[in-house]
Design a protein around this ligand. Structure first.
Ligand SMILES: *Cc1c(COP(=O)(O)O)cnc(C)c1O
Length: 364
Protein backbone atom coordinates (compact mmCIF):
# COMPACT_ATOMS: atom_id res chain seq x y z
CA UNK A 1 0.00 0.00 0.00
CA UNK A 2 1.01 3.61 -0.50
CA UNK A 3 3.15 4.23 2.59
CA UNK A 4 1.87 7.77 2.96
CA UNK A 5 -1.56 6.29 3.72
CA UNK A 6 -0.29 3.80 6.25
CA UNK A 7 -1.68 4.24 9.74
CA UNK A 8 -0.04 2.75 12.79
CA UNK A 9 -2.87 1.63 15.04
CA UNK A 10 -1.71 1.27 18.64
CA UNK A 11 -5.29 1.07 19.90
CA UNK A 12 -6.70 -2.28 21.09
CA UNK A 13 -8.14 -3.28 17.73
CA UNK A 14 -8.86 -2.87 14.92
CA UNK A 15 -5.22 -3.36 13.99
CA UNK A 16 -2.82 -2.33 11.24
CA UNK A 17 -3.35 -5.05 8.63
CA UNK A 18 -0.79 -6.94 6.62
CA UNK A 19 -1.09 -6.14 2.92
CA UNK A 20 -2.12 -9.75 2.28
CA UNK A 21 -5.03 -9.60 4.76
CA UNK A 22 -6.12 -6.28 3.27
CA UNK A 23 -5.95 -7.77 -0.23
CA UNK A 24 -8.11 -10.70 0.86
CA UNK A 25 -10.99 -8.26 1.35
CA UNK A 26 -11.13 -7.79 -2.42
CA UNK A 27 -11.65 -11.44 -3.35
CA UNK A 28 -14.61 -12.38 -5.50
CA UNK A 29 -18.23 -11.60 -4.76
CA UNK A 30 -19.83 -14.60 -3.11
CA UNK A 31 -23.24 -15.70 -1.91
CA UNK A 32 -23.29 -17.32 1.54
CA UNK A 33 -25.46 -20.14 0.13
CA UNK A 34 -22.77 -21.29 -2.30
CA UNK A 35 -20.86 -24.45 -1.46
CA UNK A 36 -17.67 -22.36 -1.64
CA UNK A 37 -18.87 -20.33 1.34
CA UNK A 38 -19.80 -23.41 3.36
CA UNK A 39 -16.28 -24.71 2.76
CA UNK A 40 -14.71 -21.40 3.77
CA UNK A 41 -16.83 -21.19 6.94
CA UNK A 42 -15.96 -24.77 7.92
CA UNK A 43 -12.28 -24.06 7.33
CA UNK A 44 -12.31 -20.88 9.44
CA UNK A 45 -14.15 -22.65 12.28
CA UNK A 46 -11.53 -25.39 12.19
CA UNK A 47 -8.65 -22.89 12.07
CA UNK A 48 -10.03 -21.13 15.15
CA UNK A 49 -10.05 -24.40 17.11
CA UNK A 50 -6.55 -25.02 15.87
CA UNK A 51 -5.15 -21.83 17.46
CA UNK A 52 -5.07 -23.54 20.86
CA UNK A 53 -5.17 -27.08 19.50
CA UNK A 54 -8.48 -27.72 21.22
CA UNK A 55 -9.88 -31.19 20.61
CA UNK A 56 -12.38 -31.14 17.77
CA UNK A 57 -14.36 -33.97 19.38
CA UNK A 58 -15.09 -31.88 22.48
CA UNK A 59 -15.12 -28.30 21.20
CA UNK A 60 -16.67 -26.31 18.40
CA UNK A 61 -16.61 -22.73 17.14
CA UNK A 62 -19.75 -20.69 16.59
CA UNK A 63 -19.27 -17.60 14.42
CA UNK A 64 -21.28 -14.49 15.17
CA UNK A 65 -21.51 -11.54 12.79
CA UNK A 66 -20.74 -8.51 14.90
CA UNK A 67 -18.01 -7.05 17.10
CA UNK A 68 -16.47 -8.75 20.13
CA UNK A 69 -19.33 -7.59 22.33
CA UNK A 70 -21.77 -9.64 20.23
CA UNK A 71 -19.82 -12.83 20.88
CA UNK A 72 -19.57 -12.11 24.61
CA UNK A 73 -23.29 -11.36 24.84
CA UNK A 74 -24.11 -14.45 22.78
CA UNK A 75 -21.99 -16.63 25.06
CA UNK A 76 -23.30 -15.47 28.41
CA UNK A 77 -26.93 -14.81 27.47
CA UNK A 78 -27.20 -18.23 25.81
CA UNK A 79 -25.46 -20.32 28.47
CA UNK A 80 -26.57 -18.64 31.69
CA UNK A 81 -30.13 -19.68 32.41
CA UNK A 82 -31.33 -17.75 35.42
CA UNK A 83 -30.62 -15.01 37.99
CA UNK A 84 -27.91 -15.81 40.57
CA UNK A 85 -26.69 -18.72 38.46
CA UNK A 86 -23.49 -16.89 37.57
CA UNK A 87 -20.79 -14.91 39.30
CA UNK A 88 -19.09 -12.13 37.34
CA UNK A 89 -15.61 -10.99 38.37
CA UNK A 90 -15.45 -7.31 37.43
CA UNK A 91 -12.31 -5.21 37.59
CA UNK A 92 -12.82 -3.01 34.58
CA UNK A 93 -15.20 -1.83 31.88
CA UNK A 94 -15.57 -5.23 30.24
CA UNK A 95 -16.34 -7.20 33.39
CA UNK A 96 -18.95 -4.64 34.41
CA UNK A 97 -20.41 -4.75 30.90
CA UNK A 98 -21.04 -8.50 31.25
CA UNK A 99 -22.99 -7.84 34.43
CA UNK A 100 -25.12 -5.31 32.54
CA UNK A 101 -25.75 -7.78 29.72
CA UNK A 102 -26.99 -10.43 32.13
CA UNK A 103 -29.14 -7.93 34.00
CA UNK A 104 -30.76 -6.90 30.72
CA UNK A 105 -31.40 -10.53 29.86
CA UNK A 106 -33.22 -10.96 33.19
CA UNK A 107 -30.45 -13.22 34.48
CA UNK A 108 -28.72 -10.90 36.92
CA UNK A 109 -25.42 -12.35 38.16
CA UNK A 110 -23.73 -12.06 41.50
CA UNK A 111 -21.01 -9.49 40.86
CA UNK A 112 -17.70 -9.38 42.69
CA UNK A 113 -16.36 -5.98 41.85
CA UNK A 114 -12.88 -4.56 42.43
CA UNK A 115 -11.42 -1.16 41.79
CA UNK A 116 -10.21 -1.02 38.20
CA UNK A 117 -6.56 -0.86 39.14
CA UNK A 118 -6.88 -3.90 41.36
CA UNK A 119 -6.73 -7.62 40.95
CA UNK A 120 -9.88 -9.76 41.01
CA UNK A 121 -11.03 -10.00 44.62
CA UNK A 122 -10.29 -13.71 44.96
CA UNK A 123 -11.13 -13.85 48.68
CA UNK A 124 -14.60 -12.50 47.98
CA UNK A 125 -15.03 -14.81 44.99
CA UNK A 126 -14.19 -17.76 47.23
CA UNK A 127 -16.64 -16.56 49.90
CA UNK A 128 -19.41 -16.41 47.37
CA UNK A 129 -18.59 -19.77 45.85
CA UNK A 130 -18.55 -21.35 49.28
CA UNK A 131 -21.86 -19.80 50.31
CA UNK A 132 -23.94 -19.70 47.18
CA UNK A 133 -25.03 -23.04 45.78
CA UNK A 134 -26.98 -21.48 42.93
CA UNK A 135 -23.77 -20.51 41.11
CA UNK A 136 -22.93 -22.69 38.15
CA UNK A 137 -20.75 -20.34 36.07
CA UNK A 138 -17.88 -18.09 37.02
CA UNK A 139 -17.49 -15.40 34.37
CA UNK A 140 -14.34 -13.33 33.91
CA UNK A 141 -12.41 -11.18 31.49
CA UNK A 142 -9.03 -12.67 30.60
CA UNK A 143 -7.20 -9.53 29.53
CA UNK A 144 -9.03 -6.56 31.05
CA UNK A 145 -8.24 -4.01 28.35
CA UNK A 146 -9.38 -1.16 30.61
CA UNK A 147 -6.06 -1.30 32.46
CA UNK A 148 -4.01 -3.84 30.51
CA UNK A 149 -4.25 -6.33 33.34
CA UNK A 150 -3.98 -10.00 32.51
CA UNK A 151 -6.32 -11.47 35.09
CA UNK A 152 -4.95 -14.48 36.91
CA UNK A 153 -7.18 -17.17 35.44
CA UNK A 154 -4.94 -19.98 36.74
CA UNK A 155 -5.92 -18.92 40.23
CA UNK A 156 -9.58 -18.45 39.32
CA UNK A 157 -9.61 -21.86 37.64
CA UNK A 158 -8.28 -23.48 40.83
CA UNK A 159 -11.16 -21.99 42.79
CA UNK A 160 -13.63 -23.16 40.15
CA UNK A 161 -12.24 -26.69 40.30
CA UNK A 162 -12.40 -26.70 44.10
CA UNK A 163 -16.02 -25.56 44.16
CA UNK A 164 -17.06 -27.45 41.03
CA UNK A 165 -17.96 -24.45 38.85
CA UNK A 166 -17.62 -23.91 35.11
CA UNK A 167 -15.90 -20.89 33.54
CA UNK A 168 -17.05 -18.53 30.77
CA UNK A 169 -14.32 -16.16 29.61
CA UNK A 170 -14.22 -12.91 27.66
CA UNK A 171 -10.96 -13.46 25.77
CA UNK A 172 -11.69 -10.78 23.20
CA UNK A 173 -8.33 -9.05 23.65
CA UNK A 174 -6.24 -12.14 24.42
CA UNK A 175 -7.30 -14.93 22.03
CA UNK A 176 -4.31 -15.56 19.78
CA UNK A 177 -1.86 -13.55 21.88
CA UNK A 178 -1.95 -14.94 25.42
CA UNK A 179 -2.00 -18.44 26.92
CA UNK A 180 -5.50 -19.89 27.33
CA UNK A 181 -5.38 -23.24 29.12
CA UNK A 182 -8.13 -25.23 27.47
CA UNK A 183 -6.87 -28.40 29.13
CA UNK A 184 -6.72 -27.40 32.77
CA UNK A 185 -9.18 -24.55 33.24
CA UNK A 186 -12.78 -25.77 33.67
CA UNK A 187 -13.92 -23.79 30.63
CA UNK A 188 -17.29 -24.15 28.98
CA UNK A 189 -16.82 -21.27 26.53
CA UNK A 190 -14.50 -18.48 25.45
CA UNK A 191 -15.58 -15.48 23.36
CA UNK A 192 -13.30 -13.48 21.06
CA UNK A 193 -13.08 -11.47 17.85
CA UNK A 194 -11.33 -11.37 14.47
CA UNK A 195 -9.77 -7.94 14.75
CA UNK A 196 -7.58 -8.00 17.83
CA UNK A 197 -4.78 -10.55 18.39
CA UNK A 198 -5.83 -12.53 15.30
CA UNK A 199 -5.11 -9.51 13.05
CA UNK A 200 -8.28 -9.80 10.95
CA UNK A 201 -10.81 -7.05 10.24
CA UNK A 202 -13.95 -6.19 12.25
CA UNK A 203 -17.18 -7.98 11.39
CA UNK A 204 -16.74 -11.48 12.76
CA UNK A 205 -16.67 -12.57 16.36
CA UNK A 206 -16.86 -16.10 17.69
CA UNK A 207 -17.40 -18.36 20.66
CA UNK A 208 -15.27 -21.46 21.21
CA UNK A 209 -17.60 -23.67 23.21
CA UNK A 210 -17.88 -27.23 24.47
CA UNK A 211 -20.15 -29.14 22.10
CA UNK A 212 -22.64 -30.39 24.73
CA UNK A 213 -23.33 -26.77 25.77
CA UNK A 214 -24.80 -25.93 22.37
CA UNK A 215 -26.35 -29.26 21.46
CA UNK A 216 -29.35 -28.92 23.74
CA UNK A 217 -31.93 -26.19 23.44
CA UNK A 218 -30.60 -23.01 24.99
CA UNK A 219 -32.52 -20.34 26.79
CA UNK A 220 -31.07 -17.43 24.86
CA UNK A 221 -33.02 -14.24 25.29
CA UNK A 222 -31.96 -13.11 21.80
CA UNK A 223 -32.76 -14.80 18.52
CA UNK A 224 -29.82 -13.42 16.55
CA UNK A 225 -27.27 -14.15 19.27
CA UNK A 226 -28.60 -17.60 20.21
CA UNK A 227 -25.54 -19.84 20.26
CA UNK A 228 -27.48 -23.07 19.70
CA UNK A 229 -29.34 -21.73 16.64
CA UNK A 230 -26.15 -20.41 15.10
CA UNK A 231 -24.32 -23.64 15.91
CA UNK A 232 -26.97 -25.86 14.33
CA UNK A 233 -27.05 -23.75 11.18
CA UNK A 234 -23.27 -23.62 10.84
CA UNK A 235 -22.90 -27.34 11.42
CA UNK A 236 -25.39 -27.81 8.59
CA UNK A 237 -23.18 -25.70 6.31
CA UNK A 238 -25.49 -22.71 5.97
CA UNK A 239 -25.14 -19.75 8.30
CA UNK A 240 -28.40 -18.70 9.99
CA UNK A 241 -27.99 -15.07 8.88
CA UNK A 242 -26.01 -13.21 6.22
CA UNK A 243 -22.40 -13.29 7.36
CA UNK A 244 -19.69 -10.67 6.84
CA UNK A 245 -18.26 -12.47 3.82
CA UNK A 246 -15.31 -10.16 3.16
CA UNK A 247 -14.35 -10.30 6.84
CA UNK A 248 -14.37 -14.08 6.51
CA UNK A 249 -11.87 -13.88 3.63
CA UNK A 250 -9.67 -11.66 5.74
CA UNK A 251 -9.96 -13.83 8.85
CA UNK A 252 -9.04 -16.93 6.86
CA UNK A 253 -5.94 -15.21 5.53
CA UNK A 254 -5.05 -13.81 8.99
CA UNK A 255 -5.35 -17.28 10.56
CA UNK A 256 -3.09 -18.77 7.87
CA UNK A 257 -0.53 -16.08 8.71
CA UNK A 258 -0.83 -16.74 12.45
CA UNK A 259 -0.26 -20.43 11.85
CA UNK A 260 2.66 -19.90 9.45
CA UNK A 261 4.24 -17.47 11.91
CA UNK A 262 4.41 -20.11 14.63
CA UNK A 263 0.99 -19.77 16.26
CA UNK A 264 -0.17 -17.93 19.36
CA UNK A 265 3.02 -18.44 21.38
CA UNK A 266 5.25 -16.84 18.74
CA UNK A 267 2.81 -13.98 18.49
CA UNK A 268 2.83 -13.67 22.27
CA UNK A 269 6.64 -13.47 22.27
CA UNK A 270 6.55 -10.81 19.58
CA UNK A 271 4.04 -8.76 21.60
CA UNK A 272 6.19 -9.15 24.73
CA UNK A 273 9.25 -7.82 22.94
CA UNK A 274 7.36 -4.88 21.50
CA UNK A 275 5.77 -4.03 24.84
CA UNK A 276 9.11 -4.28 26.62
CA UNK A 277 10.57 -1.87 24.11
CA UNK A 278 7.72 0.63 24.47
CA UNK A 279 7.72 0.43 28.27
CA UNK A 280 11.50 0.95 28.43
CA UNK A 281 11.29 3.84 25.99
CA UNK A 282 8.50 5.55 27.89
CA UNK A 283 10.08 4.94 31.28
CA UNK A 284 13.17 6.71 29.90
CA UNK A 285 10.94 9.71 29.20
CA UNK A 286 9.52 9.63 32.73
CA UNK A 287 6.25 7.90 31.83
CA UNK A 288 5.40 4.95 34.07
CA UNK A 289 3.00 2.05 33.60
CA UNK A 290 -0.25 2.21 35.58
CA UNK A 291 0.17 -1.29 37.00
CA UNK A 292 3.44 -1.44 38.94
CA UNK A 293 3.87 -5.21 38.73
CA UNK A 294 5.11 -6.39 35.32
CA UNK A 295 3.57 -9.83 35.88
CA UNK A 296 0.11 -8.25 36.21
CA UNK A 297 0.40 -6.74 32.73
CA UNK A 298 -0.57 -8.39 29.47
CA UNK A 299 1.79 -8.60 26.52
CA UNK A 300 -0.89 -7.07 24.31
CA UNK A 301 -1.53 -3.65 25.82
CA UNK A 302 -0.08 -1.43 28.53
CA UNK A 303 -1.71 1.50 30.30
CA UNK A 304 0.62 4.39 31.16
CA UNK A 305 0.10 7.21 33.59
CA UNK A 306 -0.26 10.59 31.90
CA UNK A 307 2.64 12.71 33.11
CA UNK A 308 1.59 15.54 35.37
CA UNK A 309 0.56 18.69 33.52
CA UNK A 310 0.04 16.78 30.28
CA UNK A 311 -3.43 15.86 29.11
CA UNK A 312 -4.25 13.08 26.67
CA UNK A 313 -4.67 15.38 23.65
CA UNK A 314 -1.25 16.92 24.15
CA UNK A 315 0.18 13.47 23.51
CA UNK A 316 -2.30 11.99 21.05
CA UNK A 317 -2.63 14.96 18.68
CA UNK A 318 1.01 15.19 17.54
CA UNK A 319 1.06 11.39 17.22
CA UNK A 320 -2.06 11.48 15.10
CA UNK A 321 -0.42 14.03 12.79
CA UNK A 322 2.21 11.34 12.20
CA UNK A 323 -0.56 8.75 11.64
CA UNK A 324 0.03 6.99 14.93
CA UNK A 325 -3.15 6.28 16.88
CA UNK A 326 -3.01 5.62 20.62
CA UNK A 327 -5.93 5.09 23.00
CA UNK A 328 -7.37 7.11 25.86
CA UNK A 329 -8.45 5.77 29.22
CA UNK A 330 -12.14 5.10 29.85
CA UNK A 331 -14.46 6.74 32.37
CA UNK A 332 -12.68 7.34 35.69
CA UNK A 333 -9.30 6.63 34.09
CA UNK A 334 -9.83 9.06 31.23
CA UNK A 335 -7.78 11.85 32.80
CA UNK A 336 -5.23 9.53 34.34
CA UNK A 337 -3.91 7.17 31.67
CA UNK A 338 -3.32 6.49 28.00
CA UNK A 339 -2.92 3.07 26.46
CA UNK A 340 -0.63 1.54 23.87
CA UNK A 341 -1.43 -1.79 22.25
CA UNK A 342 1.14 -3.62 20.13
CA UNK A 343 -1.06 -5.83 17.95
CA UNK A 344 -0.97 -5.77 14.17
CA UNK A 345 1.56 -5.53 11.39
CA UNK A 346 4.08 -3.15 12.97
CA UNK A 347 7.80 -2.72 12.44
CA UNK A 348 10.84 -1.05 14.02
CA UNK A 349 10.27 2.23 12.20
CA UNK A 350 6.83 2.57 13.74
CA UNK A 351 8.26 2.40 17.26
CA UNK A 352 11.14 4.74 16.38
CA UNK A 353 8.62 7.26 15.12
CA UNK A 354 6.53 6.83 18.28
CA UNK A 355 9.54 7.61 20.48
CA UNK A 356 10.63 10.54 18.31
CA UNK A 357 7.22 12.23 18.62
CA UNK A 358 6.96 11.49 22.35
CA UNK A 359 10.45 12.85 23.00
CA UNK A 360 9.42 16.08 21.30
CA UNK A 361 6.22 16.30 23.33
CA UNK A 362 8.07 15.75 26.59
CA UNK A 363 10.70 18.33 25.73
CA UNK A 364 8.17 21.11 25.10
C1 LIG B 1 -12.47 -5.00 22.67
C2 LIG B 1 -13.05 -5.77 23.80
C3 LIG B 1 -14.38 -6.21 23.81
C4 LIG B 1 -15.38 -5.99 22.71
O1 LIG B 1 -15.32 -4.80 22.08
P1 LIG B 1 -16.02 -4.57 20.66
O2 LIG B 1 -15.87 -3.11 20.50
O3 LIG B 1 -17.42 -5.02 20.73
O4 LIG B 1 -15.25 -5.37 19.65
C5 LIG B 1 -14.81 -7.00 24.86
N1 LIG B 1 -13.99 -7.33 25.86
C6 LIG B 1 -12.70 -6.94 25.87
C7 LIG B 1 -11.83 -7.40 27.00
C8 LIG B 1 -12.19 -6.15 24.86
O5 LIG B 1 -10.90 -5.75 24.88
Amino acid sequence: MNTSERYVLLNPGPVTLTDSVRAALARRDMCHREQAFSDLMAEVRRQLLDVYETAVADWTTVLITGSGTAAVESMISSLVQSPNQSLVCANGVYGERMTTMLQRAGKAPIQVRSEWQDDIDFAEVENRLRQQDSIKYVIAVHHETTTGRLNNLDRLAELCVTYDKRMLVDAVSSFGGERIDFENWPLDAVAATANKCLHGVPGIAFVVVRRPCVQDKTCASSLYLDLATNFAAQEGGLPAFTPAIQSMYALHQALCELHDGGGWSSRHDMYRQRTLRVTEGLTGLGIAPLLPSPTARSAVLTAYRLPEALDYETISTPLQKERIIIYAGQKTLEKIIFRIAVMGDLDDHDFEKLFRVLRNVMRN
